[in-house]
Design a protein around this ligand. Structure first.
Ligand code: ADE
Length: 409
């Protein structure tokens, strides 16, 4: 088991070229020396490489899972045995264990919080306020977590600076779109072994995640329908070539539906009642409330496992609904998470933002901060280097031209 985890981590490390460059700097400069970093992330191979990088940067690190179904037990095992990492995570952990593990991380009295989904930050602001005085700030990886931070900031409840990693260009343009696009298909295909080509697939939400899923589904030959509540995004989806309609109408003709919105009850039980018989539902958003699974479970007259990770529900009218991975994020619960090169860039932003925080925390307020533009640029430059690509640069004459507002045609 340890060997398998070790191989997964090594494979990821070999393909994380941006992290490899940052590692050289971290080993030399130790910018995180003296800081305790508490993290709640999806504990799989790429995350393992990231946690090792922070340790190599001088930090003391403890990590728990940010979702009960997303841990890779082989990786957890190897992180503990081969890398001496304090990790609290188990695939299939109960809700009680989940909170126990988050609290174990917090017991280290972290100075920096690295969160995915916002649960660590929420606990510190509610049940563990005694820890606030030790915390200099942190960063948050995902759309859902950032939405929670913004709500806290608006209500003046946020007690330390938090960086919004999600909205950094080198994160959401790639991770949310190409990462979620590929890993969601990976999760669905692995769970079902069903052909995508020719199927009608509804994608709930047309943010960057929804865009990625719709694009990749289309690439595999699906007929894609998009549902939205935002009129601008709905027009965008239409002009990108997708059918747009309300969820209830879409489900009537869909073979599959995937949610990626950050909102609850995007597919309600009432929607499921009018869905096409045999529809396969899954969710790629952070929380398992995008599909109303509680009502589905309560009101169905029979349920059984149809395959590993796929539950069949019989509704009172006799129709059948399949649900993948309990409605938990399908790309990690049934797949392997985002591709390695994608997480490399996302974690690079998080590592450099942690460094920035360590150096600048005394100047920061209790706000949600954008990731500094120079960090985005640094990651882009390192990614190009890793890809072996070079690009043009502006000449002095061109720079002068862009500053000159007087020159006419
Ligand atoms: N692997 C580690 N963290 C992840 C995330 N937030 N999304 C997808 N794959 C991941």
């Amino acid at each position: 088991m340890t060997d398998s985890g070790r191989m997964k981590i090594e494979w990821a490390r070999t393909h994380m070229l941006v992290s490899a460059e940052i590692r050289k700097k971290f080993l030399k400069e130790k910018p995180l020396k003296g800081f305790r970093i508490g993290m709640a992330l999806h504990v799989e191979a790429k995350t393992g490489v990231f946690s090792i990088l922070l340790k190599e940067g001088g930090a003391q690190v403890k990590m728990s899972s940010c979702n009960p179904l997303s841990s890779d037990d082989d990786v957890v095992d190897s992180l503990k045995k081969d890398h001496g990492m304090d990790v609290y995570a188990r695939k299939g952990e109960s809700n009680q264990e989940y909170y126990e593990y988050l609290n174990k991380v917090l017991d280290m009295k972290p100075n920096i919080i690295i969160d995915d989904g916002g649960d660590l930050v929420r606990i510190v602001h509610t049940e563990r306020r005694d820890l606030l005085s030790e915390i200099i700030g942190g960063n948050e990886e995902t759309t859902t977590g950032v939405n929670r931070l913004r709500a806290m900031e608006k209500q003046r409840k946020l007690e330390f600076p938090m960086f919004d990693v999600n909205d950094a260009d080198m994160k959401h343009l790639f991770d949310n779109r190409y990462g979620t696009g590929q890993s969601t298909l990976d999760g669905i295909m692995h769970a079902t072994n069903i052909l995508i080509g020719g199927k009608t697939v509804t994608v709930g939400g047309y943010g960057f995640c929804g865009k990625g899923i719709a694009m990749r589904m289309k690439g595999m030959g699906a007929n894609v329908i998009v549902t939205e509540v935002d009129p601008v995004k709905a027009v965008e989806a239409y002009m990108d070539g997708f059918r747009v309609m309300p969820m209830r109408e879409a489900l009537k003709v869909s073979d599959m539906a995937v949610t990626a919105t950050g909102m609850k009850n995007v597919i309600s039980y009432e929607d499921m009642k009018s869905a096409k018989n045999g529809i396969i539902l899954s969710n790629s958003g952070h929380f398992n409330n995008e599909i109303e699974t509680s009502a589905l479970s309560e009101k169905s007259v029979e349920k059984h496992m149809a395959r590993d990770n796929v539950m069949s529900y019989r509704l009172p009218d006799g129709s059948e609904v399949f649900l993948i991975s309990e409605g938990r994020l399908v790309n990690l619960a049934s797949g392997q998470g985002h591709p390695v090169e994608i997480m490399d860039m996302s974690f690079a932003i998080q590592a450099l933002t942690a460094e920035y925080l360590a150096k600048n925390h005394s100047k920061l307020e209790k706000k949600v901060y954008k990731v500094p533009a120079e960090i985005d640029r640094e990651v882009a430059v390192l990614e190009l280097k890793g890809l072996g690509l070079s690009i043009d640069s502006l000449s002095k004459e061109q720079i002068d031209y862009s500053d000159d507002w007087q020159e006419g045609t």
